[in-house]
Unconditional design. Structure first.
Length: 126
């Protein structure tokens, strides 16, 4: 009886198609997480613990409760290869508006909050 079952199992294994071969997908691509909540973005990035966060309003706040934040910008851009890249997400609280690219660039320029505020104010005033 055992010989019959083993023989039948071996015959079935020989007839059944082999599992499809999977090609190496290569390096993973950076997903587009702009506009998403920080929790969803973190999931899309496979819970990568090396992600850096930048305060989108230039206040240098720390993210303590990710569910309260959303992503305004990301570096690297969507579609970039993710092999050992530094990932930076620019975030604001969910009830805040994302700064425009121009204002964000001015804010990041000098490195000091007071100088950044003066430069942003000059651009608004003209």
């Amino acid at each position: 009886m055992k010989k019959t079952v083993i023989t039948a199992a071996l015959a079935l294994a020989a007839v059944s198609p082999a599992a499809p071969a999977h090609a190496d997908p290569g390096p993973e691509k950076m997903p587009n997480v702009k506009g998403k909540g920080l929790v969803a973005a973190y999931q899309d990035l496979h819970y990568n613990t090396g992600i850096h966060f930048a305060d989108g309003l230039g206040r240098r706040r720390h993210v303590l409760w990710p569910a309260s934040w959303k992503v305004c910008d990301q570096q690297p851009a969507p579609g970039a290869r993710m092999d050992e890249l530094k990932i930076t997400l620019t975030v604001v609280k969910k009830d805040e508006k994302c700064a425009t690219a121009q204002r964000t660039a001015v804010r990041r320029g000098s490195g000091t909050a007071a100088a950044d505020w003066r430069a942003a104010r000059q651009q608004v005033i003209g």
